[in-house]
Every structure is written in structure tokens, then in C-alpha cells.
Design a binder for this molecule. Structure first.
Ligand code: SF4
Ligand code: SF4
Length: 443
């Protein structure tokens, strides 16, 4: 059934029926409570309703109509980073991410979308040229209201924005997005005999355009053909996390159409969140795609890779460990949840860092504990997000590094905020930027 025709739950009874479709997944929870120990939100609040077991109990009660307050359940469901820590540690193998993603979609479908989310998800994200124009105008106008607050972190603040984004520190916008600067890239297969679709997603394209340039430089250096379309749009995770499955499916359909304009061996991205979403969440909605979309989604789920995994596992680039130079900078590595827990990528970024003699890798405690960003979670639960981020910050500072490196733009944002808030003089980089800096300009 085409998505537009799919009815959303119109009454509590409808909602209960939708949730009952998750009953087989819900009953697999044995209530052991082992998810408590790893949940960053529970680690901050110590509230049972914030941990997976509590959320599952609420959903079961809503499904069986023993509670009727869908709004409260929605609020509890949204107090979750979708970090996957609970799923990774669940001894019963409960498909927690599938439950949370689908339940959010049912409950938000029943409650409806707010006007701001509707505007962003349905009008701005699907229109890449409009989105680029907004970024360009904001990039021009930002000099009138942002102020640099930490030189090393390169973070800014803007009190005028506090009512919308809290007292947050953030990177400045580039003059223009990567996609606006480059337009269509469609280069021939080089001596690697491989061609990739470069999927940048919103943050690397529009906010961290230097990261996108670094990724392109690496692919060109290794003679990989690249297809990058300026008409690709958001991967859809922020939309899906807000429960707007219809908006998510529109973005996915748009991206599938764009990606069909070229043939490629792999889809590669420097954004762990995009990679995890394309591999795991796009296929979760198979029953809502058209036939040709189903095939494309299944194929992409297999051939989507984080760029470090592509370099190590597919291109077989060797990254032999080197002895750090006498003045090597101390770097510590933060495992993004989407990179490690969703994609299983943890050794590859570390191998790259260890191969660079300008850096000495020192592991921080709890390197794979969530940083607390969680996309829109940090926007709607900023105090909680800051609290979770503080533990990450303390772990980083404990090894006294010159810089902290990670593999996901969302973590970059959180690390920049939490370090500059504490006035720490620690730079924040993506691992791809370190590797690109070590390469000659062209070969
Ligand atoms: S660890 Fe798994 S089985 Fe145990 S309470 Fe949490 S979700 Fe349920
Ligand atoms: S996904 Fe993360 S934040 Fe959400 S319940 Fe599981 S461990 Fe907690």
C-alpha cells in the first residue's frame, strides 16, 4: 500500500491495535533489568520509566489498554538517545531499536506532528536547494550574533538563540554547504576499480563541510570514482526519531530516486548515524515501499559503509602502527554509538590513528559510553543531554589529551559543546580529517 494511503491511528483503540503488532517483540523482554546498567539516561535520572524495561512495560500497558495516556507514554519514549546500548547488552536479544522506532511512529502518528517539526520535516529537509539557501543566508548573517567562546574547540555561542537551542556552544556555519560548492560530482572509476556514492547527510554537508572535503580528498587519493549528488537529502533519522514515518518515507523515496541516477559499488559516508540509519532503519519499513524501492533498500542495506570501514575492509588500505614522533599530540578516541554498537566499527578508526606518527592514541575510560547527543534528544532534553555529556567530558579530560577524535558529526557537536562549556582546551576532530591532513594535496 502506498504510504500516503496508510491510515494513522485515529483513536486510542486504533493505537492499541497498532502497538499490538509489536506484542511478539515486547513479550521477549524477561524484565531482568540488565539494561539499567548501560543506559546513559537511567544513569542520570535513576528513573525506571527511563530505562528500556520501563518503556516496554508502558508500551504493553498502552497496547492492552490498561493505561490510556498516550501523551505521557510518548514523553517517556522520547527520553531515549536511541544509542542502542541496551540492545547490545540485552541477554534476551530483544529487538529494542525496532520496538522504539516503530512505537514512536505509532504514538506520534496518533498524537500528530507539531507545526515546527512539520515545517522542517515536510518542507525544508526534502528541498535541498531551499535548505542550502537557508544555510547560506544564515552563514552570512551569523557574524552579527555569534561569538567565539573557545579558540581550541572552535566553538561559538549566540545568546539570541538561547530560547530555541539553549545555552549551547556550536561550530560556525561554512560560507556554503559542500553540495552547493561542488554541485554534481560524478567521476570515473579510477585504478581502485571501485566507484562509491558519497552520502553526506545534513551535518557533514551543511555544517562540517571541511569533513566532507576531507572525505572526498581521501577517496580521490585512493583513485575511487565518486558520485555525489547535490539533490540527496537528509537520511531521515531525525524525522523517524520524532515518529514521523511518513516524512521519513518521503525522504527515503527521494534519496532512492537520486541514488538510482548512477551505478556504484558501495555507498560510503563519514556520518555513522547516516550509515546506521540506511543499513538498519530503511529496511524496517519494507512493507511501506513500492516494489522497486524494496529492492534498492535491500541492496543499499548491504553496500552501505562507514568510510573508515570502506578504507580498511574494502580498499584494503594498510594502516601499519607507527611509533609516535617526539612531539606527537595526544589523541583520545570516542566511539560513536552508531559506529560501534550499530555498525560494529571500532578497530578501523583506531588503526588509522595509530598509523599517524603525529599522534599518540591514549584510550579514555568508557570510550564507548554514549556522549549524550542523540540528535533531537539534545534539543528537547538539553539538561539531561548536558549531564550525560559531562561524564564523557570527565573521561576525556582524565587522559589529558590535545584532541579528541570520533566518527560521527552528532558526537562532534556534543563534544564541542561539553568541552567548551568546561573551558577545556581540547580540539575536536573527525578521524577522517586526521587521515586527510596526512595525505599530500594531490597524487
Ligand atoms: S536487558 Fe533486555 S530482557 Fe532484560 S529488562 Fe532490559 S530489555 Fe528486558
Ligand atoms: S537506547 Fe540508549 S538511552 Fe535509550 S533506553 Fe536504550 S540505553 Fe537507554
Amino acid at each position: 500500500m502506498p504510504d500516503q494511503e496508510r491510515p494513522r491511528p485515529a483513536s486510542l483503540k486504533d493505537l492499541a491495535e497498532h502497538l499490538l503488532s509489536l506484542d511478539d517483540l515486547l513479550v521477549s523482554c524477561m524484565r531482568c533489568g540488565l539494561c539499567q546498567a548501560v543506559c546513559p539516561v537511567y544513569g542520570s535520572t535513576y528513573l525506571e520509566a527511563d530505562v528500556t524495561r520501563g518503556k516496554i512495560a508502558l508500551l504493553e500497558n498502552l497496547a492492552h489498554e490498561t493505561i490510556k495516556d498516550a501523551k505521557s507514554v510518548n514523553q517517556r519514549l522520547n527520553r531515549c538517545l536511541l544509542c542502542g546500548s541496551c540492545q547490545t547488552n540485552c541477554p534476551s536479544g530483544v529487538k529494542i531499536m525496532e520496538i522504539f522506532i516503530k512505537a514512536r511512529s505509532f504514538v506520534a502518528g496518533y498524537l500528530g506532528l507539531g507545526p515546527i517539526k512539520r515545517l522542517i520535516f515536510r518542507q525544508i529537509l526534502p528541498r535541498p536547494r531551499l535548505f542550502n539557501l537557508i544555510i547560506r543566508l544564515s552563514g552570512f548573517g551569523q557574524k552579527f550574533f555569534i561569538k567565539r567562546v573557545n579558540q581550541t574547540v572552535n566553538a561559538f555561542k549566540a545568546p539570541i538563540l538561547n530560547p530555541f537551542i539553549g545555552d549551547r556552544r556550536f561550530p560556525s556555519l561554512p560560507d556554503q554547504s559542500f553540495s552547493a560548492r561542488h554541485g554534481l560530482i560524478d567521476s570515473e572509476v579510477g585504478s581502485s576499480n571501485l566507484k562509491v556514492a558519497l552520502f553526506l547527510g545534513c551535518a557533514p554537508d551543511k555544517l562540517f563541510s571541511g569533513l566532507s572535503e576531507a572525505t572526498l580528498k581521501i577517496l580521490r587519493y585512493h583513485k575511487v570514482g565518486v558520485f555525489a549528488s547535490p539533490d540527496l537529502v537528509c537520511c531521515g533519522l531525525p524525522v523517524l526519531a520524532s515518529g514521523d514515518s511518513q516524512g521519513f518515507l518521503r525522504l527515503t523515496a527521494h534519496n532512492l530516486k537520486e541514488l538510482a541516477k548512477s551505478s556504484f559499488d558501495y555507498l560510503v559516508t563519514p556520518c555513522a548515524t547516516c550509515a546506521a540509519n540506511i543499513k538498519e532503519n530503511w529496511p524496517r519499513f519494507m512493507d511501506r515501499y513500492l516494489e522497486e524501492e524494496k529492492k534498492a533498500v535491500a541492496a543499499l542495506s548491504v553496500k552501505t559503509l562507514d568510510v573508515t570501514e570502506f578504507l580498511v575492509s574494502v580498499l584494503k588500505v594498510e594502516f601499519p602502527p607507527t611509533t609516535p614522533a617526539p612531539k606527537a599530540k595526544i589523541v583520545t578516541y570516542h566511539d560513536s554509538c552508531h559506529l560501534k554498537k550499530s555498525l560494529g566499527v571500532a578497530d578501523q578508526p583506531r588503526a588509522i590513528i595509530r598509523s599517524l606518527s603525529d599522534y599518540m592514541l591514549v584510550e579514555m575510560p568508557e570510550a564507548d559510553r554514549c556522549c549524550g547527543h542523540g540528535g533531537s534528544f539534545s534539543l528537547f532534553h538539553y539538561d539531561l543531554s548536558k549531564d550525560i555529556g559531562q561524564r564523557k567530558r570527565d573521561n576525556i579530560v582524565s587522559v589529558n589529551p590535545d584532541l579528541v577524535v570520533t566518527g560521527c558529526p552528532a558526537c562532534l557537536l556534543q563534544l564541542m559543546d561539553t568541552l567548551s562549556r568546561n573551558n577545556d582546551q581540547i580540539a575536536v576532530k573527525h578521524v577522517v580529517e586526521l587521515y586527510a591532513d596526512s595525505l599530500p594535496i594531490s597524487r
